[in-house]
Write a protein that binds this ligand. Structure first.
Ligand code: ZN
Length: 495
């Protein structure tokens, strides 16, 4: 360990400290690494006034980031996102004060850009020219963009179930995409070429970028904590970083206290942290699934599970699991009330908030912040589900219109359609059936008039003209597709 005042890497397991360098895990025990700073030095260097004079964004909090002062920053304008006051949604949900931290407006549409700007800047500073990553879609999209900006070559390994919008992004940024069938295996087995910086979901520099969401929230609230923060838990990195940031702000003296309950949100089927809390277990037991682990929050074994659990416990917070349907409802609620279109993982925080309110576990006077981590168009399949609902409405409207047509066409025409639904007929045959089976006293020319009108409504068509046993040729009629549909509705209406 060299320079005093410089940041260090610290093992989260055994506490050993190392100089800042490229290191995937603790060489001694294999534990995850975290960056620590000389907080007393930083306390002297910056205060809220200094920060207020700087432009918004991740690099505003540069003293709390692990890059040297003269590093070339690779930035696309990440961070500095809005903290929206959301009275409409708050009223709808039933609380007094709700803020949304809208991370959908980051350069690639996800909060991970905050991590990418730091890790790519650091990789360049350490002399790397290539970057490689095994990650879910958002991480891949974000790193590809920043690698492109930095002029670095970039390999991205993503699960085959990747949301299609994210895949388009990665391809557009010209990264080398590798779709993997077994994501868990890829996480363990993808190798690092010597010249490559391998970004994993547990990269300590990446996490430093992620923590700036929390610093911004605190600054936007006038250097005060909200009562509660909702954060999605996939790897557990974001909630870990958030809690770290709050503690650091206290250490450098610009936040008085961190009285904020951290609420982690997990998706049903992937909720080891919720389980641990529910059962009062000290540690988290990973979930075992045979099915895919492709989606953002579908993480069986959150690498930051222990630190996420600690953040929740230390802050007197909680964790909540939500279903896919609850998430879908939350996407609609957020978009229609506040104009923010979130991807499922992001909207999970709104779903989690609703669930806690319904369970009576949240005081309605609390000031709540929900972090919305990524934008909705990244996952067009989910967006499509809303459109499907609209087509259902369209079908209903069509149905009603057809019923009105039924009312318009009258009883004789209805009978003719019924007759033609059994088999094709000529005009004389129809007249005969009308008379014999239904007792209609209709003239033959009026039957032909009905046939002309049904043809104009596109409900019947002429099929063939045949001569039967030497008589003059006769036109045969049958139902069109539209006629068949209407006939089916007529049948239903009779019941
Ligand atoms: Zn260690």
């Amino acid at each position: 360990v060299k320079k005093s005042g410089a940041p260090l890497l610290e093992c989260l397991e055994c506490g050993t400290k190392y100089d800042v360098q490229y290191m995937l895990s603790c060489p001694k025990c294999g534990g995850l690494l975290s960056v620590i700073y000389s907080y007393d030095h930083i306390k002297e260097e910056i205060d809220t006034k200094v920060l207020a004079s700087r432009v918004p964004g991740v690099w505003k909090y540069r003293e709390l980031l692990p890059v040297s002062k003269d590093a070339d920053i690779v930035s696309l304008g990440e961070g500095g996102t809005f903290l929206h006051n959301c009275p409409r949604l708050a009223r709808e949900i039933g609380i007094k004060k709700l803020y949304i931290k809208d991370e959908t407006t980051n350069p690639t549409g996800s909060f991970l850009d905050r991590g990418a700007t730091v890790v790519i800047t650091k990789a360049l500073e350490l002399g790397f020219k290539e970057v490689r990553c095994v990650g879910k879609g958002n991480l891949g999209a974000s790193l590809s963009a920043y690698a492109a900006k930095a002029g670095m070559s970039c390999d991205i390994f993503v699960p085959r179930e990747i949301d299609i919008g994210k895949l388009y992004q990665i391809v557009a940024y010209n990264a080398n995409v590798k779709l993997v069938d077994n994501f868990k295996k890829a996480l363990k087995e993808v190798e690092r070429p010597e010249k490559s910086y391998l970004v994993t979901t547990t990269d300590p520099f990446f996490l430093e970028g992620e923590k700036t969401t929390a610093i911004e929230i605190i600054e936007q609230l006038g250097w005060k904590s909200p009562n509660r923060m909702f954060i999605p838990i996939g790897t557990g990195g974001h909630i870990t970083a958030t809690w770290k940031a709050l503690n650091e702000l206290v250490k450098i003296g610009i936040l008085k206290n961190r009285n904020v309950k951290m609420c982690g949100v997990q998706v049903q089927g992937y909720s080891p942290i919720v389980d641990a809390l529910r059962k009062g277990q000290e540690s988290m037991k990973p979930i075992e699934h045979t099915r895919s682990e492709g989606l953002e929050l579908s993480v069986e074994h959150p690498p930051y599970g222990p630190t996420a659990l600690k953040a929740i416990k230390d802050s007197n917070g909680t964790a909540v699991e939500v279903s896919n349907q609850e998430i879908l409802n939350a996407i609609r609620l957020l978009a229609s009330n506040e104009g923010i279109f979130a991807e499922p993982a992001a909207a999970s925080t709104i779903a989690g908030l609703r669930k806690l309110i319904e369970a009576g576990e949240l005081d309605k006077n609390e000031e709540v912040v929900c972090v919305i981590t990524g934008e909705g168009l990244k996952d067009p399949m989910t967006a499509r589900k809303f459109v499907d609902r609209i087509s259902e409405i369209e079908r209903t409207i069509k149905h009603v219109e057809q019923r009105q047509l039924v009312i318009r066409i009258g009883e004789t025409k209805e009978r003719i359609l019924q007759i033609l639904s059994e088999k094709e007929q000529h005009g004389y045959g129809i007249w005969k059936i009308l008379k014999e089976r239904f007792g209609y006293d209709t003239k033959i020319p009026s039957v032909y008039q009905h046939l002309i009108e049904l043809g104009q409504l596109d409900l019947i068509k002429k099929t063939v003209s045949r001569s039967v046993s030497g008589r003059p040729k006769r036109h045969y009629y049958s139902l069109t597709e539209k006629g068949k549909e209407l006939q089916k509705i007529l049948e239903k209406l009779k019941i």
